[in-house]
Design a protein around this ligand. Structure first.
Ligand code: UGA
Length: 439
């Protein structure tokens, strides 16, 4: 610590997922960090060393390891006094119109004193043009856009080993952009220096492109079902083309989370607000919505009517290694199943506590085995590693009817069939039955 004791202190506003990872990792890079949040309960928990408000592998350890350099507060004054760089990590949830709600960002801006000593470094995902709008109101502000690309579930790794660090400097803010570059220098990664609007667009365009890749492979999967091809083989063959690459080509029951649905919608709205109709993104969104529902027809193909049928969901979170339920496919799926008259029982290793309020009429089981007891079908919704380790022969015995819909193409179909299951994947040859149609 002593060699780096002179590193400047950093302020972080908002200790949600991005803010807490940012604060803890900057502390790990030997900065003193003052992290502020308006949520008193959250701040108190973080101060007292209680359980973190989110499930994120490795994060509790980073927080503990760097606790002596981390201070949590509800008072922005504690940041303003001593921290020149203020990283804005507040959330920007979608409004009813699909635009991003920037009220929390505005609240942060309004609290930064005039005079130009501080710099606002925007990590929150905001529509392109937000920096310019802020600077129109606060031309004195040193403004830097530094979007975050971390993924929930691997956030600490992504923060410390980013593919690139994007730094967009506002007018007169080159000193602040240089200071941000200095903070990231120990990571030794590719820097992209740009203007603010371009940095903002890099973030939105990256998320929209990844979502497009997922909707594309999901549509390919749907075609594969019609022609008897296996999308996992198709994706492997496609991904070996370096121009395409293997990542984000996993077909499934749709993307969820706090980012893709929000950012794709925000980019679509942003384009619309400038008079441009972003046709492709409309399709990306629609394909994703339909994809969550296609599972129903896979069930009815085997079971006929779902009225009174007991359907087990394995996994609820929008992806593994997180307890985040935002925009999770399980929400739409369970509502559709109940709409068809089914009884839904669910198990998730960590998301149950968050899911209870969102899924009031779903029964929660304490284990995968308990969820499958007497079930007419099981749907693998989230690819938690522990589901691969289940004794599937035993699971088949527990069920009233051993039918499995693998919503993430996570399990080995041959193994499941040997265990006695009728196996339905997404875009993979099925056990037969009449052709599938949309639910
Ligand atoms: C995403 C981006 O990947 C991050 O780079 C970005 O920083 C973040 O949004 C954000 O804007 O804050 P995240 O939402 O945490 O990260 O999760 P991803 O791992 O990207 O997965 C998103 C969804 O896509 C999940 O529901 C996942 O199951 C689904 N997915 C992902 C697929 O269906 N197929 C794939 O091939 C990949």
């Amino acid at each position: 610590m002593s060699a780096n004791a002179e590193k400047p202190a950093i302020g972080v506003v908002g200790v949600g997922w991005v803010g807490l990872v940012t604060a803890a990792c900057f502390a790990g890079l030997d900065h003193r960090v003052v992290a502020m949040d308006v949520d008193e309960g959250k701040v108190e928990t973080l101060r007292s060393g209680g359980a973190l408000p989110m499930h994120e592998p490795g994060l509790p350890e980073v927080v503990e390891r760097n606790r002596e350099r981390l201070r949590f507060t509800t008072e922005i004054a504690e940041l303003l006094d001593g921290c020149r760089l203020l990283f804005c990590c507040v959330d920007t949830p979608p409004t009813y119109s699909g635009d991003a709600d920037l009220s929390r960002v505005a609240a942060v801006v309004s609290q930064i004193p005039k005079g130009g000593w501080h710099a606002l470094v925007m990590k929150s995902t905001v529509p392109a043009g937000t920096g310019a709008a802020i600077l129109r109101q606060r031309p004195d502000l040193a403004y830097v856009s530094c979007p975050e690309f971390l993924k929930e579930g691997s956030a600490v790794h992504d923060f410390l080993e980013p593919d690139r660090v994007v730094i967009g400097a506002g007018p007169g803010a080159e000193w602040a952009a240089d200071a941000v570059a200095e903070v990231y220098a120990p990571l030794d990664r590719e820097l992209v220096r740009s203007d603010v609007a371009s940095a903002e667009m890099i973030k939105l365009a990256s998320n929209a492109f990844l979502a497009t890749k997922i909707s594309f492979i999901n549509e390919i999967a749907n075609v594969c079902e019609g022609v008897g091809a296996d999308v996992t083989e198709v994706a492997r063959g496609m991904g070996l083309d370096e121009r395409i690459g293997p990542k984000f080509l996993h077909a499934g029951i749709g993307y969820g989370g706090s980012c893709f649905p929000k950012d794709v919608s925000a980019l679509k709205m942003l384009a619309g607000n400038t008079g441009y109709h972003f046709q492709l993104l409309n399709s990306v969104i629609e394909v994703n919505e339909l994809q969550k529902r296609r599972v129903i027809s896979k069930l009815t193909k085997h079971l006929g009517s779902l009225v009174g049928k007991r359907i087990a969901l394995l996994g609820l979170a929008f992806k593994p290694n997180t307890d985040d339920m935002r925009e999770a496919s399980s929400l739409v799926l369970s509502a559709r199943l109940q709409g068809e008259g089914a009884r839904v029982v669910a198990y998730d290793p960590v998301a149950d506590s968050h899911a209870g309020d969102l899924l009031p009429s779903v029964d929660f089981a304490l284990s995968a085995a308990a969820a499958l007891e007497g079930a007419d079908a099981v749907i693998l919704v989230t690819e938690w590693p522990e589901f691969a380790e289940l004794d599937w022969e035993e699971m088949a015995q527990r069920m009233a009817n051993p039918l499995l819909v693998d919503g993430r193409n996570f399990l080995d179909p041959a193994r499941l069939r040997r265990a006695g299951f009728s196996y339905e994947g997404i875009g993979r040859p099925s056990n037969g039955g009449p052709p599938q149609s949309d639910a």
